[in-house]
Design a protein around this ligand. Structure first.
Ligand SMILES: Cc1ncc(COP(=O)(O)O)c(C=O)c1O
Length: 388
């Protein structure tokens, strides 16, 4: 096996022992449901395979666009739910044909215009498109919108209308519904030094929980009563696994971030005790002042509303800190370390704020087990793929 030198350039490191342990903990919290893997939070084929092989609880993938679905299908995966509307015509043609030949690649839809496009392309090419209706799980509490702006489908009647439209289309089939409660699953509520904000978020989450549960229940009941059989009712994410898994109408939960356990998921009240498994290392290349060590690379800032919580953080040597005025830089990252034993050529270990995005900055993941490098897994980039 080749040997990489961690001191040469930034490297992405996967702690396999922690990853395997996280798989066990996540599977152990599924409460009889299956867990679909959120590929956006993993972005590496061998990692996806490793997680799927670790337990029968892990079934199927939720990917983030139609080109990615085709790539995954070519790699031998089936049961692929495209978690977000994605209307690339060429991909639709190929997916419609693949489905006709036995594949199960499912489009996420929430609007008649998406359905019109899918039906017209599938019909023209005599293919088959499976669909899943995305239900808006955001809530309004005291005039405050809590949740994400994605789907316009919130009320039972709107869902029934769209389901009826799908039913009338010759080349479309509806397999199920998804309702992702982002405001519970993706919003930390135990951030350090944010006691006030945390209290408000905790309260909003608590209120939101019962609304989400009732909305999902009402919609599933109404669809069932109207004669639709739902193969899948998907909900949740890493930050809501324990609450989503308790709902009777849910058949599966999507989880991605929990496997790498990035910083953002340290700060949830209701959290599974996973351990960080994905890290990156930067070599120290300069020493501009006493206790300041400047590394090569490091500016891997997570997406979402901007702020300090999206910065990566140094975790080793212990006590290392970013310098607030510089943060993590595009090609240079200074780190404050109160130690006399660090020198140019040493490495600093970091964690990213979120899970899968960082894989876009690396072609391979250095896999470590029991303190030794045991393998190298390609990221999507390493496979020559960049979906967006
Ligand atoms: C539709 C959907 N489901 C589930 C998830 C949960 O993913 P993760 O477990 O990586 O937070 C997300 C994340 O954004 C999502 O968009």
């Amino acid at each position: 096996m080749k040997k990489v030198d961690l001191k040469v350039k930034p490297r992405l490191i996967l702690h396999l022992n922690n990853l395997d342990e996280n798989c066990k903990k996540i599977a152990g919290n599924a409460n009889g449901k299956t867990i679909r893997l959120a590929t956006k939070s993993i972005r590496s084929i061998p990692v996806l395979r490793r997680i799927l092989a670790s337990s029968p609880v892990f079934q199927g993938l939720m990917c983030y666009c139609s080109q990615e679905a085709l790539f995954l299908h070519k790699q031998g995966f089936n049961d692929i739910l495209i978690g977000y509307p994605s209307l690339d015509k060429e991909a639709i043609i190929n997916i419609a044909r693949a489905n006709k030949n036995g594949a199960k690649i499912i489009y996420m839809v929430d609007h008649i215009q998406q359905l019109e496009a899918l039906q017209s392309i599938a019909k023209e090419h005599d293919g088959l498109i499976y669909t899943c209706l995305d239900i808006d799980m955001s809530v309004k509490i005291a005039g405050f919108h809590f949740g994400v702006r994605r789907s316009p489908l919130k009320h039972v009647e709107e869902v029934l209308t769209l389901a009826a439209y799908v039913k009338k289309q010759s080349h479309l089939r509806m397999l199920g519904v998804m309702g992702y409660e982002a405001q519970i699953a993706g919003v930390p509520d135990q951030l350090p030094q944010k006691i006030g904000v945390n209290k408000v978020v905790q309260l909003l989450k608590k209120r939101s929980l019962s609304i989400v549960k009732k909305r999902r229940y009402d919609i599933v009941q109404a669809l069932t009563a109207a004669g639709y059989s739902l193969e899948l009712v998907n909900g949740g994410g890493t930050g809501s696994l324990q609450t989503t898994a308790k709902e009777d109408v849910i058949t599966e939960i999507t989880v991605g971030s929990g496997f790498y356990a990035p910083i953002l998921f340290d700060y949830f009240q209701e959290r599974i005790e996973t351990n960080a498994s994905l890290f990156f290392t930067l070599p120290i290349v300069r020493k501009p002042a006493e206790n300041i060590y400047t590394c090569l690379g490091g500016g891997y800032i997570a997406s979402g509303s901007a702020g300090n919580s999206k910065l990566p953080q140094p975790v080793y040597p212990k006590g290392s800190k970013l310098i607030p005025v510089e943060g993590a830089g595009e090609v240079q990252t200074p780190v404050y370390i109160r130690s006399r034993h660090i020198k140019i050529g040493d490495i600093i270990v970091f964690r990213a704020a979120k899970a899968g995005e960082i894989c876009e900055r690396f072609t391979e993941i250095v896999c470590v087990s029991n303190g030794k490098i045991v393998d190298y897994y390609p990221t999507y980039r390493g496979e020559g793929e960049c979906f967006f």
